[in-house]
Design a protein around this ligand. Structure first.
Ligand code: AQP
Length: 323
């Protein structure tokens, strides 16, 4: 089973990215063939500062390695190091209907939030389909926000196969209900670009400030607290196993819970959880040559895997005129 997913270095990575995708990828590498990459071509749709992009890309690589991604067990690379994906994007573009792109929620949400309505942003799902099809992925672990993009990738694969003959694996989305949409501190989807994210490797002070800002309901202390749409409950639950989650639920459903106390507790939980990873990340941040060597080797392996599908696609559309 080939598992593949990528993450944009469009800002610092946060709890939504971690629980929605990164942690699950690290878990998968133990028993699957894992392909994992940092999608810097995608980030170009919203990042126009080249130094910022370089820094965030290197940072995202360090984040993933520190969080346990093992380059010996997986193929781990930076998207822009295998530019073949842009060629496949072009081949796929010609079987992609305009209507399907026009219905993309992500395009509408991003332009509504002020990101320029460029052709790149509009065609983002085609590049994402190329990312997936180029490596023959069977399964793509993502958060719920990416469900529609996965449906577009499936649609493009099916259309291509119908037009040119069997070429690509049709991928399946893999969404974990418990972590489908991690809320930000304002209750919207946690997102790098919404200013509502708790960053995985933020310092303790800024984690505390963000958690303290969470708006809570005004239920008196001596009454049970609502669980539905309760940001504090949802965020705290991410860090708990089934038994501890049941215990947290009990605390909400019984009188006496003070939101202020729970917020302080949650800051501690987040900080402790990432402490071992934080130390490793600091080491990687300094060891640039080691990190760059890993990424070079990752790109080499990715390029080898990509050649299989790209050559097949070039042949099936008829680009190899010398045949
Ligand atoms: N809040 C979330 N809950 C669950 N999963 C999430 N993901 C992102 N936010 C949440 C998942 O993380 C993976 C990588 O996402 P991405 O960075 O490539 O793009 P995104 O979904 O657009 O993430 P952001 O933070 O919202 O980035 P910006 O603000 O740049 O658009 C994906 O699998 C995603 O589902």
């Amino acid at each position: 089973m080939r598992i593949l997913s990528g993450i944009q270095p469009s800002g610092s990575l946060h709890l939504g990215n971690y629980f929605g995708m990164m942690k699950r990828m690290v878990d998968y590498q133990e028993h699957s063939e894992l392909f994992c990459f940092i999608v810097n071509y995608h980030a170009l749709t919203s990042v126009f500062d080249s130094d910022f992009l370089r820094r965030q890309t290197y940072g995202a690589v360090c984040d993933f390695l520190a969080l346990g991604l093992d380059p010996e067990k997986s193929v781990f690379w930076v998207q822009g190091d295998v530019p073949e994906v842009t060629e496949l994007t072009w081949l796929l573009s010609n079987v992609t209907g305009m209507g399907i792109l026009e219905r993309s929620h992500s395009y509408k949400d991003k332009t509504a939030k002020g990101i320029p309505a460029s052709h790149g942003l509009f065609a983002y799902p085609v590049l994402m389909a190329a990312d997936i099809l180029l490596y023959g992925a069977d399964k793509v672990p993502v958060g719920k926000d990416q469900k529609q993009h996965l449906e577009i990738a499936r649609d493009i694969a099916i259309r291509f196969n119908n037009t040119y003959g069997d070429t690509f694996v049709v991928p399946e989305p893999d969404i974990e209900e418990d972590f489908a949409t991690v809320p930000g501190v304002d209750g919207q989807k946690m997102s790098k670009s919404y200013g509502n994210a708790i960053e995985i490797f933020a310092d303790e002070k800024s984690i505390r400030e963000k958690i303290m800002r969470i708006k809570t309901d005004s239920t008196p202390v001596d009454q049970p607290k609502p669980l539905k749409d309760n940001i504090l409950y949802d965020l705290y639950s991410l860090f708990l196993d089934e038994r501890d989650r049941a215990a947290l639920k009990e605390r909400f459903l019984n009188p006496g819970l003070r939101y202020g106390d729970l917020k302080k507790e949650l800051v501690g939980v987040i900080w402790e959880y990432f402490t071992p990873y934080r130390n490793e990340r600091q080491r990687l941040e300094r060891d640039r040559q080691y990190v760059i060597d890993i990424m070079r080797e990752g790109a080499r392996k990715a390029r080898q895997a990509a050649a299989v599908y790209l050559d097949r696609a070039r042949h099936n559309v008829g680009l190899d005129y010398w045949y």
